[in-house]
Design a protein around this ligand. Structure first.
Ligand code: LLP
Length: 422
């Protein structure tokens, strides 16, 4: 089992490089990814036959290129993600790219057909829509087993309140549709949410077995979906990977025995592979008291990292001196960390429901750097241009070298598609 790391509120380096130097060379706000962490997490999952990265977590071409080179395949939830996968050198053959969604929009369907991409159907309609255009197709079905689990209700992807997947009692209908369109169901997939624990997992495995027996011998693969947690604070833990694998491996073996052929076992994490590699470096631009609250206001806001605002998500936060020095010897204070946006909710330290929280941090001065940690999953990819903020640059640290993998946006990028009619 992986041990929960300890999070320090003082930091002066990322992967051996100076935070202040990174900020000076690339500007702030800045996303930095330590590639070695991603590679370590890929190795941690070596027991699975197939590791499929849910690129929605962090889809920069450089990141998914490096994942491909490590033997990871990829998931795509949109036409854009299919194009990203192709641009990074992934191939559709042997399920190198799988389209996993609840609908096809017109563009995604055309891309899937053009490149012969395997589809994981999240609705019965997808079986019909694909079958019509690609007779003889092999498909995977994403099943909603009737229950789910997530770190927030918004990341729970199972149960009646979730729009995801094919409802578990509709397998008959799917088999009928498959028959009608000459489609073969070769895979089953369940992803019940982000933040799996082992208790829910045995229920998922049980549901997988039940559903697989209904579908029958055409099955050749099962997918455990994503959802592996990473600790965002010292009170959280990783899931026990050995036990997690055991449970799925047992399920796979039982099915293989019933069907008389091998069943491959796939896992589809996003967060587990990329979250801990990522840091959002911001500069402190104001230190002010508002009543009893001490605010540190940064040049990064929820346009850069939306998780605290959307889910009340907790991110570890550390401080680096503007001179590049660690801050461990500074006085510790209770502070609220906010961004530059014209919105009261633009606060990185808050709980779900929007309560402003204090965080114990080294006292800051204007010009210091605040680092939002574990920001490599659902960070940059959820960034927006709200308040006409330009999206941050992204840097990857590989072999001790900081490489720019996305330029900071420019004003021209921002207004490129806008038209003022005569
Ligand atoms: N597979 C499927 C079908 C999914 O829907 C997802 C996530 C994953 C895999 C990867 O889940 P992960 O291993 O990363 O937990 N924006 C939210 C997370 C939304 C996840 C949506 N689907 C957050 O920041 O927590």
């Amino acid at each position: 089992t992986l041990a929960t790391p300890s999070f320090s509120t003082s930091r002066h380096q990322i992967a051996g490089l100076s935070v202040a130097e990174l900020a000076k060379n690339f500007g702030t706000p800045l996303y930095v990814y330590d590639l070695s962490v991603i590679e370590q997490r890929i190795d941690d999952l070596a027991k699975f036959d197939i590791v499929r990265y849910a690129q929605k977590a962090c889809s920069n071409l450089a990141i998914i290129d490096r994942m491909r080179r490590k033997g990871v395949v990829v998931d795509a939830v949109s036409a854009g993600e299919i194009r990203r996968a192709l641009a990074a050198g992934y191939e559709a053959k042997d399920h190198g790219i799988v389209y996993t969604a609840d609908i096809f929009d017109a563009e995604a369907l055309e891309l899937v057909l053009e490149h012969n991409i395997h589809v994981n159907c999240g609705s019965p309609d997808m079986i019909a829509q694909l079958g019509e255009r690609r007779p003889g197709a092999e498909v995977t079905l994403r099943i909603n087993p009737g229950f789910g689990h997530g770190h927030s209700q918004k990341t729970n992807t199972g149960g009646e309140q979730s729009k995801h997947g094919i409802w578990h009692s509709q397998i008959d209908e799917c088999l009928r549709l498959a028959d009608q369109y000459g489609v073969t169901i070769t895979g089953l997939h369940m992803h019940i949410g982000s933040g799996t624990d082992l208790e829910h997992l045995s229920e998922v495995c049980e549901a997988m077995r039940r559903t697989a027996m209904e579908v029958g011998r055409t099955l050749t693969s099962i997918s455990a979906g994503g959802g592996l947690p990473v600790p965002y604070s010292e009170s959280e833990t990783y899931v026990d990977l050995d036990k997690y694998f055991e449970l799925w491996d047992t399920t796979r073996k039982q099915l293989a025995e019933s069907f008389g052929h091998d069943i491959s076992l796939e896992i589809e994490p996003g967060r587990f592979l990329s979250a801990e590699s990522g840091y959002l470096i911001a500069e402190v631009r104001s230190v002010k008291k508002v009543g009893d609250n001490l605010f540190f206001l940064l040049d990064a806001g929820f346009n850069d990292l939306a998780r605290p605002v959307m889910y009340g998500a907790y991110h570890p936060i550390s401080v680096c001196g503007g001179d590049g020095a660690a801050t461990a010897d500074r006085e510790s204070v209770q502070a609220v960390i906010g961004g530059p946006l014209c919105e009261s909710g633009d606060i990185f330290t808050q709980r779900e429901g929007g309560f402003v929280d204090q965080r114990s941090l080294p006292m800051c001065r204007v010009g210091d750097f605040v680092i939002l940690e574990n920001a490599g999953a659902y960070g940059f990819v959820m960034a927006s241009n709200y308040n006409s903020k330009l999206r941050a640059a992204e840097v990857m640290i590989e072999d001790g070298e900081a490489k720019l993998i996305r330029k900071r946006e420019t004003f021209e990028d921002l207004v490129r598609s806008e038209v003022i009619p005569e």
